[in-house]
Design a protein around this ligand. Structure first.
Ligand SMILES: Cc1ncc(COP(=O)(O)O)c(C=O)c1O
Length: 397
């Protein structure tokens, strides 16, 4: 059967490794694949209670409705924990942080523009900008954030991006926290050369050390902040938001209407009731302590099983991810093959990059998802996989 003609940009898109990772895996499998919250740490009973208190009798909950300011008011309170001061009128509610990224890509990008991002970038943003823009300025990453010299060199050559995508906290996939110096320098450049920064702070409330402030706290004119309840309450609520100046919010509301009209009222009501009834800062103390245990255990197992191998790894102060950096490139196919044999999953570095060479220089481990009592076994299997693959690489070169 002949296939219908689709848009040029869509011809080359393929399901990415993260989407595939959500498929079923058997119970003997240890998965460091997806950065999903640990179900045992979600406030299931509290959410269940709220869900059961809803009444559909009046039908009001079933109707179209533009959200009022109540949830935005609670989000403002939440953002104070992140040192972000804003008013409900600066908040725009979205279907998760992901939709906020898509709306912003749609708002800022023309086909001929340049988008600036790190060479290893959250794939959801790669998907978000592709329909709108063809040109990318790739920036290397350091342990303190994106390489400032490369950003500066692009700006001095007059290649000014239409927007820059950055994560200052809990970086996905590199697990770094941006230094204050890099943050301030990037914000200064954005203001000087007049380009917007899209700051993805999806993991901003998951911190294991003193939380660092977001870029947004340094500039309200040039940083658009993106946040989410997915990692702390539930990703299935699909509640996210962005913080932006009023004049942009009006435009974004029209763009969102073209996508899905409005956010789900069920989700809106559940999230509002939770934030009204429960002490979120207290819940975050519990949540962060639990994820910190998983992070520490994963790091100590890496030390135990992988310390003599030609690699290094990040020690994240927030978020769900540890990045393992190899001294030499290895074959993606071999990594995946050996991991399958050992019933193990992780995400290979190519999934975070637009350049597909068949080789990668690292992998991402999401320590949030495996059960705590499987982490030791999982890292032991990882060390065997890496040993096998690295030995094979040596014998073929
Ligand atoms: C860096 C980053 N940004 C955004 C998202 C999307 O989150 P949400 O579920 O709020 O759409 C994710 C999800 O994993 C993420 O890792």
């Amino acid at each position: 059967m002949s296939q219908l003609k689709i848009a040029k940009w869509a011809e080359h898109i393929k399901p990415n490794a993260l989407q595939k990772g959500l498929e079923f895996i058997d119970t003997h499998h240890v998965s460091f694949g997806n950065g999903i919250p640990d179900l045992n740490l979600l406030p299931i009973h509290e959410l269940d209670e709220i869900l059961h208190s809803f009444e559909l009798n009046s039908g009001e909950l079933l109707q179209y409705k533009v959200p009022d300011d109540e949830l935005k008011f609670y989000i403002c309170k939440l953002l104070k924990l992140r040192n972000v001061n804003c008013k409900p009128e600066n908040i725009f509610l979205t279907a998760g942080a992901q939709q906020a990224l898509s709306l912003l890509a749609c708002l800022f990008l023309n086909k001929d523009d340049y988008v600036m991002l790190e060479k290893h970038c959250y794939p959801g943003f790669l998907n978000a900008f592709k329909p709108f823009c063809d040109n990318v300025i790739h920036i290397d990453s350091t342990q303190a954030g994106p390489d400032l010299r490369q950003i500066q060199s692009s700006l001095e050559r007059n290649v000014i991006p239409a927007c820059v995508y950055l994560m200052a906290n809990g970086h996905n996939p590199l697990g770094y926290q941006m230094s204050n110096k890099v943050k301030q320098s990037i914000v200064n450049l954005a203001e000087k050369y007049d380009f917007p920064i899209i700051e993805d702070d999806a993991y901003g409330l998951i911190n294991y050390e003193a939380p660092s402030t977001p870029l947004r706290s340094l500039s309200t004119s040039h940083v658009i902040y993106v946040g989410s309840l997915s990692k702390i309450l539930s990703p299935s609520l699909r509640i996210g938001w962005l913080v932006a100046p009023r004049y942009l919010i009006e435009k974004l509301a029209s763009i969102k209407e073209g996508f899905d009209l409005n956010i789900s009222r069920f989700s809106y009501n559940i999230a509002t009731a939770f934030l009204k009834k429960h002490d979120l800062p207290k819940f975050l103390v519990f949540l962060n302590a639990a994820y910190k245990k998983k992070r520490d255990l994963t790091l100590s197992c890496l030390e135990k099983y992988c310390s003599n191998m030609p690699l290094s790894y990040s020690s994240p102060s927030g978020g769900f991810y540890i990045w393992i950096n190899f001294e030499n490139e290895v074959s993606v196919e071999k990594l995946k093959h050996h991991a399958r044999i050992k019933k193990l999953s992780f995400i290979t570095g190519d999934a975070f990059s637009l350049r597909k060479t068949g080789f990668c220089r690292g992998i991402r481990l999401a320590f949030s998802s495996p059960a705590t009592d499987t982490i030791d076994e999982g890292i032991k299997r990882l060390s065997m996989v890496l040993n096998d693959v690295m030995e094979l690489e040596c014998s073929t070169t």
